[in-house]
Design a protein around this ligand. Structure first.
Ligand SMILES: Nc1ncnc2c1ncn2[C@@H]1O[C@H](COP(=O)(O)OP(=O)(O)OP(=O)(O)O)[C@@H](O)[C@H]1O
Ligand SMILES: [Mg+2]
Length: 1033
């Protein structure tokens, strides 16, 4: 079978996908030995950290980086590319229930999306974990999933592209290589993706939190400045660099080399530059915006290269003016003065007071940080403008929170304090929300809540943020109070006020053993995630806005406020700088909030935003500190599991019950285990489940029935049920298979039967139609027969012609069988029917005559015997003629051959008592009196030629007739009888001589050949060639 490890990267068809879905819950349970358990709530030893770790490790080594704790997703950074983020995988997870497939970030993303659509409410996904644990990667994966899975139109695709491409831009400006992470987020990011009611991503909004500006001017060893600086220097086009006055060498810029690692093998600045350049155009940055933006980046680099020297009086002066030329279009002199002097406003006049070199450097760095920080905010706003959705119909949102993770460095400063405080707040939120939701679920299901002991980090949050007594308040107080306030006085204040707090310790407060690990200027906080020692140096400075706009310029060791520089910036020609340092900036007397207070307020705002939405969690874990794939550092992971509160979360999730599922889902899976619930359960799902578990013999303390879910106390109960199901499954599969096969065959059979019936029906129909035609024909025949019978004695007409023919034929047939044996037996002739009585004599007479003339003489005679002679073959022509020729006896159509040239012509031959006529279309062509008929010649062959020899006294008279007649025997027999010319008819062989005209002779030659032909031979004779017929005369 399939276990989850096999599914990664495989190519699934839709059918396979369905099968996979059906099998997967099973996979999670059955493959537990191989790949661990994919949901920690099913861990039997759920209290054991080692068991938890074992499961995580087992899965990590199988490249299964995701594991659930209920709906929370634990993700372990694989530090290598896994083939689990392709389009096929996205398709697989789209629209599938959460627990049906192996754990995946896509499953979570899809579930959030579908819950949002169905419940039409707002959600957020909180991605947490320490620096380098994979938060940013996770948030990108989620965004990519939405980009592919959401409905798409051209308009939506634009928004989608901008959402996606805002990432590389923000990362370029806000991420940097640190010791913990080569792409560490140095700002907090909360991104709302707005969806319309159909789930189309229609807009977005980004909130950014506290950028680590100090990185612009200083990087620890092994760390880098923000990526964008290196990208510009490495990737920027020659022309652009020339225009910005930059050289393609990071080593030339002091802001880029402090960490001594400008080049890192894992980062490709050149290609990242191309991505960022491309992205800027997509998210609506005009060419002038882009020019201004890189003008600023270049200016910061130039600013960093400005060096100061002390003049004779010890005041700072620029050692060269070269860099000034490139700085933001601000007149060199103005900027120079701004960097080396402060303006003191006396009552009526302004006095310039020069800086020392230290102060000048300070001012320079302050300016660089301010420029970069404000430009970053401008950038976020600009991206927000491009993501804004102008349609005001109601939207739902999914928020993605990817914030800097908890971090501990060798030296930790104000930034780490803020970052770790932020993580502390998020942990607090997590505790509140998960506990709350869990308790709510129990309440909803009507199950008693069993309290779970867990560590609540509220105590640390309070230590930091409590009003008046908290560290933030103390820091602010120290920054604002009159008199000499320094970082050390701040430390003393801390010791004074919160010295007894269990989570706080300093060199002075610590016991001897701990003291050894602390410097005098350090304080240590016991965060939820572990101890962090902070160096107090710089806290006051960083907490103050260095360019504070107070009219009174203060320069002390720790507090430097530089309104002069602010004013200088307003003279810039760079549009972004102009925008970021507006002239309308209040030079108010009211002091703006300190950095940490602003940060605290923004976190309160963030908490409010999050609290109003449904939470989902991704907890990221870093498997080792070396960024290496395949290495699972037990100590490191154990520590994270602990401080991320995963064990506690698991305990809360379990709270006595390892497993819970909706009745419908549970019943659907296991109904086969009980005869009453299989295959269909008619009642409610809850009743079905009750029936099922009774049948399975669950003991009362092993489960609880909630309102919509069953709660199972121990995983072993579930596993036992699952194992039973595995056994039962095969039996069921065979039965289902058999049923299905039967069903298929039956279907096939029914189809065949239907086809047979159809064919049968058609065939019967055809037979019936034939039968009907036959009957209709029979009716017609019978009718005709009866009519013929009734009119049999009337003269021949249409009605009786067939009947009479029948009578005749019938008589003749009978006659054939009963012919008298001798002529003498005259009386034994069959009595003819009345209509034949008279005809019969003539008919027989004619036949007898024909026989006497032709029998044994002419080849074709024998075949003619059976053909009855007809009285007459009168046609219309003959009728027309009848008024001209009286009493004509009979008539036959003939072909007459011209005596000269033997051209054939259609004619009729008519016999009367006196003469024979050759007629064409009622026109008499030739009359032959019988008296002048000397004789008739026919050949002995099977041709049907006859030659009438006429005696010609007169030269003007026409000669003999050469004729062809289809009814030769009939015509000649009639002629012989009518004209009494029996002896004149000669059957000759070979050739017949005839008179063309008196005194001119012609010949007709007869022969038998291969085929029948009539033609004029070369000798002038008419050649009649006749195919031989087999005769039986
Ligand atoms: N799912 C993953 N697959 C492959 N590599 C990953 C994955 N998640 C993280 N990584 C690797 O780990 C590095 C650090 O991840 P990421 O930048 O997301 O950490 P982070 O939690 O955002 O850290 P920070 O708090 O410093 O911003 C990534 O650059 C990448 O190389
Ligand atoms: Mg990050």
């Amino acid at each position: 079978f399939v276990y989850e490890g096999c599914s990664h990267g495989s190519d699934w068809s839709l059918e396979e996908r369905c099968n996979q879905m059906l099998r997967n819950m099973e996979a999670s349970l059955t493959a537990r030995d191989r790949v661990g358990i994919q949901d920690f709530v099913l861990l039997d030893a759920y209290m054991s950290e080692s068991a938890f770790l074992d499961n995580l490790r087992k899965r990590f080594h199988e490249n299964l980086i995701y594991t659930y704790i209920g709906t929370l997703l634990v993700s372990v950074n694989p530090y290598k590319e896994l083939n689990i983020y392709n389009k096929k995988q996205m398709d697989t997870y789209m629209g599938v229930n959460f627990f049906e497939l192996p754990p995946h970030i896509y499953a979570l993303a899809d579930n959030v999306f579908r819950t949002m659509l169905s419940e039409f409410n707002n959600h957020f996904i909180l991605i947490s974990g320490e620096s380098g644990a994979g938060k940013t990667e996770a948030s990108k994966k989620i965004l990519q999933f939405y980009a592919v899975s959401c409905p798409s139109t051209k308009l939506l695709n634009n928004v989608r592209d901008r959402l996606l491409l805002s990432n590389p831009v923000l990362e370029a400006f806000g991420n940097a290589k640190t010791l913990k992470n080569d792409n560490s987020s140095r700002f907090g990011k909360y991104m709302d993706i707005q969806f319309d009611h159909q789930g189309g991503a229609v807009g977005g909004h980004i909130l950014s939190y506290l950028l680590e500006k100090s990185r612009v001017v200083h990087q620890n060893h092994g760390e880098r400045n923000f990526h964008i600086f290196y990208q510009l220097v490495e990737g920027g086009e020659e022309e652009l660099l020339r225009w910005l006055g930059l050289e393609r060498n990071c080593q030339n810029y002091s802001y880029l080399v402090q960490g001594d690692c400008a080049k890192v093998s894992s980062i490709n600045d050149k290609s990242d530059w191309r991505t960022v350049r491309g992205a800027l155009s997509v998210i609506h940055f005009s060419e002038s915006d882009i020019e201004d933006l890189f003008g600023i980046i270049a200016s910061v680099l130039h600013l960093g290269n400005i060096k100061f020297e002390a003049d004779v009086r010890g005041y700072a002066s620029l050692n060269n003016d070269q860099e000034m030329h490139w700085l933001l279009g601000i007149p060199t002199q103005v900027l120079k003065q701004g960097l080396t002097h402060r303006k003191i406003e006396a009552k009526t006049e302004e006095v310039l007071s020069p800086f020392s070199v230290d102060h000048a450097v300070y001012a320079r760095d302050a300016l660089a940080k301010a420029i970069y920080g404000r430009t970053f905010n401008w950038l976020v706003n600009k991206i927000n403008e491009s993501l804004v959705n102008t349609d005001f119909s109601r939207k739902t949102v999914i928020g993605l929170l990817d914030i800097y993770g908890f971090e501990v460095f060798y030296v930790n400063s104000f930034e780490q304090f803020c970052i770790n405080y932020c993580n502390e707040k998020l942990q607090q939120l997590f505790i509140q929300l998960t506990l709350k939701s869990e308790q709510e679920e129990y309440e909803m299901e009507g199950i008693e809540w069993e309290p779970v002991p867990f560590f609540n980090n509220k105590i640390i949050c309070d230590l930091v943020e409590e009003k008046h007594r908290g560290m933030i308040s103390l820091l602010d107080e120290e920054c604002l109070r009159p008199g000499e306030a320094t970082d050390l006085t701040f430390l003393e204040k801390l010791e004074e006020t919160i010295g007894g707090h269990p989570h706080f310790v300093t060199h002075k407060l610590a016991d001897i053993k701990t003291r050894k690990t602390l410097d005098r200027g350090d304080f240590r906080l016991l965060h939820y995630a572990g101890e962090v020692t902070y160096c107090v140096v710089g806290f006051l400075d960083k907490n103050n806005d260095l360019l504070y706009r107070n009219g009174k310029e203060v320069i002390s060791h720790t507090c430097l406020r530089l309104p002069t520089l602010l004013k200088v910036m307003r003279q810039s020609k760079n549009a972004i700088i102009k925008h970021c340092f507006p002239s309308s900036e209040p030079d108010s007397k009211k002091r703006p909030e300190t950095v940490v207070t602003q940060f605290k307020s923004s976190l309160v705002g963030l908490t409010e935003i999050l609290m109003s939405k449904e939470p989902w969690y991704v907890r990221c874990i870093k498997p080792n500190d070396a960024k290496q794939p395949g290495r699972f550092d037990d100590v490191l992971v154990r520590h994270q599991v602990k401080y991320l509160g995963l064990m506690e979360h698991l305990r809360v999730r379990r709270a006595g019950f390892a497993y819970r599922r909706k009745y419908e889902i549970f019943l659907q899976r296991y109904k086969a285990l009980c005869p009453d619930t299989w295959p269909h359960w008619k009642g409610t799902a809850a009743e079905g489940v009750r029936c099922l578990i009774q049948h399975l013999g669950y003991k009362p303390d092993e489960y609880k029935m909630g309102r919509t879910k069953i709660f199972i106390r121990h995983p072993r109960t579930l596993f036992a049920t699952e194992d039973t199901f595995q056994v039962c499954k095969h039996r069921l599969a065979t039965r289902i298979q058999a049923k299905y096969k039967g069903y298929r065959v039956k279907g096939h059979y029914l189809k065949q039967r239907e086809a047979a019936t159809k064919i049968e029906t058609c065939w019967r129909g055809m037979l019936a139609r034939k039968e009907r035609e036959k009957r209709a024909w029979a009716v017609k025949v019978i009718k005709k027969f009866i009519k013929g019978f009734m009119t049999r004695n009337q003269p021949a007409c249409v009605d009786n012609s067939e009947y009479l023919a029948y009578v005749r034929q019938n008589y003749l047939t009978r006659l054939r069988d009963t012919l008298p044996k001798t002529v003498l037996e005259k009386d034994s002739w069959l009595t003819p029917p009345p209509i034949m009585e008279e005809v019969c004599d003539t008919f027989l007479l004619l036949k007898a005559e024909a026989s006497s003339i032709f029998k044994g003489k002419k080849e074709s005679y024998a075949l003619s015997v059976c053909r009855p002679f007809v009285d007459t073959r009168i046609s219309k022509t003959a009728e027309l003629l009848s008024y001209r020729i009286q009493e004509f006896k009979t008539y036959v159509p003939v072909v007459k051959y011209d005596r000269n040239g033997f051209r054939p012509r259609l004619r009729q031959l008519i016999f009367t008592r006196e003469a024979a006529y050759l007629v064409e279309e009622a026109k008499i062509k030739q009359r032959i009196n019988y008296i002048s008929l000397k004789g008739v010649s026919v050949s002995n062959l099977s041709d049907n030629f006859l030659i009438l020899h006429v005696s010609c006294d007169d030269i003007k008279q026409k000669g003999d007739l050469v004729l062809q007649c289809d009814h030769l025997f009939e015509a000649l027999t009639q002629l012989s009888l009518i004209a009494n010319k029996q002896n004149c008819i000669k059957v000759v062989q070979g050739s017949v001589r005839f008179d063309i005209q008196p005194g001119r002779e012609g010949f007709v030659d007869f022969k038998s050949g291969q085929e029948s032909m009539v033609y004029r031979a070369k000798n002038g004779h008419l050649m009649v060639s006749r195919q031989r017929t087999s005769s039986r005369a």
